[in-house]
Design a protein around this ligand. Structure first.
Ligand code: KIV
Length: 279
């Protein structure tokens, strides 16, 4: 048995049990090498459909397909051994009916080996969450600013500034928690509303652009590392500035190649020495 197989992975019930205790640390990961670097430090690796914007250069998450999520989800599971891996259900793969959601979530679970799926939406998705959970699929909810609804929301602005919108988001979180979600992401809402959501549900609320009082936090890793474009949303804290380092490394390499400084003698393979001639 490998050392990896001996490490017990964090499960959805483990995360559910963290309400009001040590904050749950979550980051996105889309590839095996990044998952391997992050795994020892986080509780949850989210294979977010943000990969459509971060890796593929789309303007939104809408063009992301189930096959993309499965390929990246499987890579992240291979690269990690401790954190629970949660894979986003992409736009169009679950909204039609609970049956469609189960068929696609079952593929995600079986083909990636992940521990749970995440889907966006509030009260309108409660029946689907219940259907999945009762059939063995742990579900993480996602309310507030739900990027798959960018066209109906009219943009990516923070939500919950008005009372009616705020009340609806609290009701959404309650409906998803009551349906059996083990945890809920609340994204891009004003801080007092995030605090209301935390108080309203008995499962951990994971914040992004929400409140420091959430039961955990999630960020897109490329944002935290300073890798993803010049744009920095207000809710992102950069812990590194790798973008300029990547550019500097590429520029140094280009100079070395053009001036024939690379490869050096230490980077090339010597010819085999001829065998000594026998007298
Ligand atoms: O797709 C994603 O990365 C997400 C997080 C930002 C919560 O849903």
């Amino acid at each position: 048995m490998s050392a990896t197989a001996l490490t017990k992975r964090i499960t959805a019930p483990d995360i559910a049990g963290r309400k009001g205790s040590v904050p749950v640390v979550c980051l996105t990961a889309y590839t095996a090498p990044m998952a391997k670097l992050l795994d020892p430090h986080v509780d949850l690796l989210l294979v977010g459909d943000s990969l459509g914007m971060v890796l593929y250069g789309f303007d939104s998450t809408l063009p992301v397909t189930l096959d993309m999520m499965i390929a990246h989800g499987a890579a992240v599971v291979r690269g990690s051994s401790r954190a629970i891996v949660v894979v986003d259900m992409p736009f169009g793969s679950y909204q039609e009916s609970p049956q469609q959601a189960f068929r696609n979530a079952a593929r995600v679970m079986a083909e990636t080996g992940c521990g749970a799926v995440k889907l966006e939406g509030g009260a309108e998705m409660a029946e689907t969450v219940d259907y999945l959970v009762r059939r063995g699929v742990p579900v993480m909810g996602h309310v507030g600013l739900t990027p798959q609804s960018v066209n109906t929301l009219g943009g990516f602005r923070a939500r919950g500034r008005g009372d009616a919108e705020g009340d609806a988001i609290v009701d959404d979180a309650r409906a998803i928690a009551d349906a059996g979600a083990f945890s809920i992401v609340v994204e891009g809402v004003v801080e007092p509303l995030a605090d209301r959501v935390i108080a309203a549900v008995r499962v951990p609320v994971i914040g992004i652009g929400a409140s420091a009082r959430c039961d955990g936090q999630v960020l897109v890793s490329d944002d935290l590392l300073g890798l993803f474009s010049d744009f920095k949303p207000r809710f992102v804290k950069r812990y590194a500035e790798l973008g300029p380092q990547v550019a500097a490394a590429a520029s140094a390499y280009a100079g070395d190649v053009r001036d024939r400084r690379f490869p050096g003698p230490e980077h090339v393979f010597a010819a085999k020495k001829p065998a000594p001639v026998q007298e």
